[in-house]
Design a protein around this ligand. Structure first.
Ligand code: UD1
Length: 431
C-alpha cells in the first residue's frame, strides 16, 4: 500500500494536526455519484447536453475520457461539463479510460439503448469489496439483450429492446441506473421492482424526464418506464453531494465544532442528522442545508448500513471515526460492501479501540486518538482518516490521498477555512 514511499518519489500526502474545533460555513457542490451517471445518460440523445454544479474532482475528467473514447466531444470547464454526442456513438469503450474508473460501467445501459450494442471493459475489483455485474446483466437480458463477459469485457447486444418486469435481488444503485437507461428507449413498458431509491437515482430520473423519458414512481422502489422512440439533449443541475455534506456534519460533531453546510438537500440526510443528534449534536435545518453544533464529547451510537433511506455505506468510515472518540461503545454493522472494514486497521494505527467480526465492528470510544501515518484505501476511508486525524494528538500523515481527490473537491482548502490545521504536502524526491 505504501506506494509513494517505495518509489523514487515520495508521494504527496496530507499532514493533519489534531486539536482544532471546526467552525464556519462550507459549500457543497454536485454529487460525484450523480454526475458520472448523468454524463453517461447524455449518450441517450444526439446533440449537446450541459451539466452544471459539477464537482471539480478527478473522476469527472476520467469519465470525460470514457465518453471521448465513444466519440463524444467533452469540455470540462470548472463546474460545467458540456457533452456533444454524435449521431452514431461508438459502442466500444476504451480499456484505458474505463480501467481507471469503476463508475464508467454505467455507459453500458445507454450504449445498449442507443447503439443496440455495448462493449465495456470490466473495471475490475475494488478496495471496498466485490462488485459483480450480474444484476446489471440479468436486467438487460430481460429487456431482450444478450450479454456475456468475454476477454475481460462485458459484451451486450440486442436487435430490439422490449419492456419487461424486472425484480432486482437487491436494490443495487448501478444495476437500477443501467437498466433504467436501457429501458427508456425500449419498446413498451418496463417495471423495475426493488429498485434503488438513492437521491442520485431520483436526479437521474429527473434528467431523463427532461430528455423526454416517461418514468413513473420516481423516488420509490417501483420504477415504471414507458419506452419512447427518441430523446433530446438537455441542461441539468447536478444535486448536491449528500455524502460530502454528511462528511462535514461528522467532522463538526467529532471536533465539537459549529458548522453550516450549504448546497445540499437536508432531507437527504434525515437519518444521518438524527444519528448525530442522538450523539449529542444540535441541528438547524434550512432549505438548502443545515447547521450543526456539538458542545461536548459525542456519545456512542450504533450504525447499520443499508440502501437509501438507510445509513449510507459510504459514511461507514465516518461512523467508525466518530465512534472511536465517542463516550461509550458503538456497534457498526456493514450490510452493503463486506471489505469496507479494512478501514478499521488504519483506525487502529491511530489508537482506536476497535475490532471486527464479520459484518460487525465494535468500537470503544477513547478520549483522544494518537497521530500516525495512515493509508487511504478508497475515497470515503480517506476522508474518515482525515477526520480521525483532526481528533488525534500530534501530526497524522494521510497517504494515498489521490483517493480523496476523486471524491472531495477542495477538501484541504475547505478544512482550512473551517479552522483545521491540514496541509497538502507535495510529492518530493526520495532521499
Ligand atoms: C454505488 C456508489 C457507491 C455506494 C454504493 C452503495 C457510485 C459511483 N457508487 O456503487 O459509492 O457505496 O452505490 O450505495 O454511485 N451487487 C451485486 N450484483 C450486481 C450489482 C451489485 O451483487 O450486479 C452488490 C454489490 O456487490 C454490493 C451491493 O450489491 O454488495 C450494492 O452495490 P451497488 O448498489 O450496485 O453499488 P454501486 O452502484 O457499485
Amino acid at each position: 500500500m505504501c506506494v509513494g514511499i517505495a518509489s523514487s518519489l515520495v508521494a504527496e500526502h496530507f499532514a493533519v494536526d489534531g486539536g482544532a474545533r471546526l467552525v464556519g460555513a462550507v459549500d457543497v457542490v454536485g454529487a460525484k455519484n450523480s454526475v458520472l451517471k448523468l454524463m453517461a445518460a447524455a449518450l441517450l440523445a444526439e446533440g449537446t447536453t450541459t451539466l452544471t454544479n459539477c464537482p471539480e474532482i478527478l473522476d469527472v475528467p476520467l469519465m470525460a475520457d470514457v465518453l471521448r473514447s465513444l466519440g463524444c466531444a467533452v469540455a470540462v470547464d470548472g463546474g460545467t461539463v458540456t457533452i456533444e454526442v454524435p449521431a452514431e456513438p461508438s459502442a466500444e469503450a476504451d480499456y484505458r479510460s474505463v480501467s481507471k474508473l469503476r463508475a464508467s460501467v454505467c455507459v453500458l445501459g445507454p450504449l445498449v439503448a442507443r447503439c443496440r450494442r455495448a462493449v465495456v471493459p470490466l473495471p475490475g475489483g475494488d478496495a471496498i469489496g466485490s462488485r459483480p455485474l450480474d444484476m446489471h446483466q440479468a436486467g438487460l437480458r430481460k429487456l431482450g439483450a444478450t450479454t456475456e463477459i468475454a476477454h475481460g469485457r462485458v459484451v451486450a447486444s440486442a436487435r430490439d429492446l422490449h419492456g419487461a418486469q424486472i425484480w432486482l435481488d437487491f436494490p443495487s444503485v448501478g444495476a437500477t441506473e443501467n437498466i433504467l437507461m436501457a429501458a427508456v428507449l425500449a419498446d413498451g413498458v418496463t417495471v423495475i421492482d426493488n429498485a434503488a431509491r438513492e437521491p442520485e437515482i431520483v436526479d437521474l430520473c429527473l434528467m431523463l424526464q427532461q430528455m423526454g423519458a416517461k418514468i413513473d414512481g420516481v423516488g420509490s422502489s417501483t420504477l415504471t418506464v414507458h419506452g419512447v422512440t427518441g430523446m433530446t439533449p438537455t441542461t441539468h443541475r447536478v444535486i448536491g453531494d449528500r455524502i460530502v455534506g454528511a462528511t462535514w456534519a461528522f467532522a463538526a460533531a467529532m471536533t465539537r465544532g459549529e458548522v453550516t453546510v450549504r448546497g445540499v438537500d437536508p432531507h437527504h440526510l434525515d437519518l444521518v442528522l438524527d444519528k448525530l443528534r442522538s450523539a449529542g449534536a444540535t441541528t438547524d435545518i434550512e432549505a438548502d442545508g443545515f447547521r450543526i453544533v456539538m458542545d461536548g464529547r459525542p456519545q456512542a451510537v450504533d450504525f447499520v448500513t443499508l440502501p437509501y433511506p438507510g445509513f449510507a455505506t459510504d459514511l461507514q468510515p465516518m461512523a467508525i471515526a466518530l465512534s472511536a472518540v465517542a463516550e461509550g461503545t458503538s456497534m457498526i454493522t456493514e450490510n452493503v460492501f463486506e471489505a469496507r472494514f479494512r478501514f478499521v486497521d488504519e483506525m487502529i494505527r491511530l489508537g482506536a479501540d476497535a475490532r471486527t467480526d464479520g459484518h460487525h465492528a465494535v468500537v470503544r470510544g477513547i478520549e483522544r486518538l494518537s497521530s500516525a501515518p495512515v493509508w487511504a484505501s478508497d475515497i470515503r476511508a480517506g476522508a474518515g482518516l482525515v477526520l480521525a486525524g483532526l481528533c488525534a494528538e500530534g501530526r497524522t500523515q494521510v497517504w494515498d490521498v489521490e483517493h480523496i481527490d476523486r471524491g472531495y473537491p477542495r477538501f484541504v482548502e475547505n478544512l482550512q477555512r473551517l479552522g483545521a490545521e491540514v496541509t497538502r504536502v507535495p510529492a518530493e524526491p526520495a532521499r
